[in-house]
Ligand binder design. Structure first.
Ligand SMILES: Cc1ncc(C[n+]2csc(CCOP(=O)(O)OP(=O)(O)O)c2C)c(N)n1
Ligand code: SF4
Length: 284
């Protein structure tokens, strides 16, 4: 006999911790959409782990009723993979900033993308290091002026969407914290995707890189007739200049990390393991 269906309202995913983000920070919008999605998908706190790196965005697990892990800077993905490997039944959501995910943690993104663990990775992309007071980040535009670049950033920003499509992520999408309904739909789709879902969310830092006035004019919905399984077309959308694409650019189904692991375990259990003395005899 099945027990009563227990579901939580978005409000019930809030913890007693209150965000200390600056009033107007885009991260509030991302958090609100995350609450909505968890409630809509009926993911219970006991079945959920939220893992973050360091940064203003890194505080997120403290605000979500779930298991949580605020890990060292840039290490959201290896820790998420470990959690998923240990307990594949958990819903795993990684969150962090563009600095955490693309600078210090940038070496982990290609490998998480190609390994395809069944998890969601949300970048709160404000194109700046917010927590450490406004240094330029890998997504800061050329010319960006701040404390660490008083004469303007001379570097090219990287393109998170084109990059993760190239790395082999099986779901690549982008949202905007100022469009909460659409963002909730996107988070729903990302969580429901079987495999590694990468979601870049433009989430302005009102204090150090206030882009609220410039972003709306750049927003462009992914065309309704876009074939999300077409990688070349997804690249075309990702590479459009001076446009913030909103929606899912790419989505395909491929074997997940856990499915591969399960296959190996099954094969290993069926095989007769070599005796230790046989292994040692090879070296004597
Ligand atoms: C190993 C290490 N290096 C540097 C830092 C300092 N640090 C903390 S957060 C951060 C960057 C934050 O930017 P981002 O990841 O974009 O997050 P945001 O604060 O903008 O949400 C840096 C450089 C650190 N905590 N640990
Ligand atoms: S410094 Fe920027 S990113 Fe950090 S809480 Fe304030 S507005 Fe948000």
């Amino acid at each position: 006999m099945s027990g009563p269906v227990v579901s939580l309202t978005p409000q019930e995913y809030k913890t007693e911790e209150h965000p200390i983000w600056c009033p107007g920070c885009g991260d509030f919008g991302v958090l609100a959409s995350l609450y909505q999605s968890l409630s809509a998908l009926n993911i219970l706190p006991k079945d959920l782990t939220v893992i973050s790196g360091i940064g203003c965005s890194g505080r997120t697990p403290g605000f979500v009723k779930s298991y949580g892990f605020h890990v060292v800077h840039g290490r959201v993905l290896p820790v998420s993979l470990g959690v998923k490997a240990a307990n594949p039944k958990l819903t795993v959501i990684g969150v962090g900033g563009d600095g955490d995910g693309f600078a210090i943690g940038g070496g982990h993104l290609p490998h998480a993308s190609r390994r395809n663990p069944d998890m969601t990775y949300i970048i709160m992309d404000n194109a700046v290091y917010g927590l450490t007071k406004g240094q330029y980040s890998p997504t800061s535009p050329t010319g960006y002026q701040a404390g660490s670049t008083p004469y303007g950033n001379t570097e090219q920003p990287l393109n998170p969407l084109a990059m993760t499509i190239a790395y082999g992520a099986t779901f690549v999408g982008q949202g905007y914290s100022g469009k909460p309904k659409e963002l909730t739909q996107l988070i729903n789709r990302a969580i429901e995707h079987k495999g590694f879902a990468f979601l870049n969310v433009i989430s302005p830092c009102i204090t150090f890189n206030n882009t609220y006035k410039v972003i709306p004019a750049k927003l462009k919905e992914v065309p309704a007739d876009h074939d999300v399984t077409n990688q070349a077309k997804a690249f075309e959308l990702a590479l459009q200049n001076d446009v913030v694409q909103l929606g899912v650019l790419y989505q395909v189904r491929k074997p997940t990390f856990e499915e591969g692991m399960h296959q190996v375990i099954t094969k290993a259990q069926a095989a007769s393991p070599p005796r230790l003395d046989e292994i040692f005899s090879e070296f004597s």
